[in-house]
Design a protein around this ligand. Structure first.
Ligand code: HPA
Ligand SMILES: [Zn+2]
Length: 343
């Protein structure tokens, strides 16, 4: 790409109204905030300063990342911490042109530190409500169950969260290999009965069978990651037939060694197969960039173009858990922006 068109392309992405569908709020904990909260809450960390925290962000796989991620999450203790963390991410959304975001949180890790669920959810929800009011950024909150924990307490946790309110859906995250979706059938059935949305991480490190299970047994509406689906043509057919969205996170996949580099990422192949793919940042504080950086670098490395970016964003609007009316508004905001840019 010529320098001039590169600048124009980057500006197109940065100002475009966007939607993010795969974002762990604990994964937005930047080292500065990590150290500040650790000090405030008197938590000992193995990092003395920002540089040593950043230099620990080198991962060989999902588990090595999760060890660092859960250590980071351990500094979150008070409602104010959850509030400030979420507000800081939403401030980024404002800077990045994100008009709607669907946010995961991992209550089980916080409960294991003795923090009450209403402290966690109270802080997150106050920030979400303020961002909607102040900046017009809408959101949905998705409670994730950690699949490497027991499924036993998940139903009571779901009911506790429902009493507090503000949950749009449930998800499944953490260490995938050896923890198949079938373990969580009961809680997903309960969530469906309660009218909640359902998503699950599958086919990130785990095999295509885990994507089949998430669809058939958990009845999920979206697959998080799902990049390994291309190994199974029958699965691709199913994903196409039902137009199941896949929330792909390119920086995450490279940092966790799912692909050796961005150039080898299969997002382009997924687009060409006609799959309902979206692009997202996953854990941006740990993986080197937020949504715009993911879009710009991936599209450059895969030699895709502006039409792919528009398609990915239309896919994200369609795949969101917004009302039809809200989706219409977002589609027209996107179309007006594209028309304005191209005219
Ligand atoms: O990328 C991820 N995969 C699984 N679990 C996670 N929890 C935070 N990020 C991730
Ligand atoms: Zn994720």
């Amino acid at each position: 790409m010529k320098e001039e068109s590169k600048i124009e392309f980057e500006s197109f992405v940065k100002h475009m109204p966007k939607v993010e569908l795969h974002l762990h709020i604990e994964g937005t904990l930047e080292p500065e905030m990590l150290l500040r909260f650790a000090q405030r809450n008197e938590i000992n960390l193995p990092y003395k300063d920002i540089e040593s925290a950043r230099s620990a962000y080198q991962f060989k796989d999902l588990q090595s990342f999760l060890n660092v991620y859960y250590l980071g999450a351990s500094v979150l203790r008070e409602e104010l911490d959850f509030y400030e963390l979420t507000k800081a991410y939403l401030q980024r959304c404002k800077q990045q042109g994100i008009m709607h975001t669907e946010i995961f949180f991992d209550p089980q890790t916080h409960l294991s530190h003795g923090i009450a669920l209403d402290v966690v959810m109270g802080g997150i929800r106050s920030a979400l409500a303020e961002a909607e009011c102040e900046w017009g950024i809408s959101s949905a909150l998705i409670l994730c169950f950690e699949r490497d924990r027991d499924a036993e307490s998940t139903v009571s946790l779901l009911h506790d969260a429902m009493k507090i309110g503000g949950i749009a859906g449930i998800g499944l995250d953490s260490a995938e290999l050896g923890n198949p979706p079938r373990k969580f059938q009961e809680v997903f059935q309960r969530a469906k009965n309660l009218g909640l949305h359902r998503v699950a991480h599958a086919g990130e490190e785990g095999p295509p069978e885990y994507i089949w299970e998430a669809l058939n047994l958990l009845k999920v509406e979206r697959i998080d990651h799902g990049v390994r689906c291309l190994e199974d043509s029958g699965l691709v057919e199913r994903l196409l037939e039902e137009r199941i969205p896949l929330t792909v996170c390119p920086f995450s996949n490279v940092e966790l060694k799912v692909f050796p580099d961005l150039e080898s990422h299969n997002l382009g192949k997924m687009i060409d197969a006609g799959l309902h793919v979206t692009i997202n940042s996953d854990d941006p504080a740990y993986f080197g960039g937020y949504l715009n950086e993911n879009i710009i670098s991936t599209v450059n490395c895969l030699e895709r173009d502006i039409n792919d970016i528009i398609l990915l964003q239309k896919n994200a609007i369609e795949a969101s858990f917004c009302t039809t009316e809200k989706k219409k508004q977002m589609f027209s905001a996107l179309e007006n922006y594209v028309d304005g840019f191209l005219s």
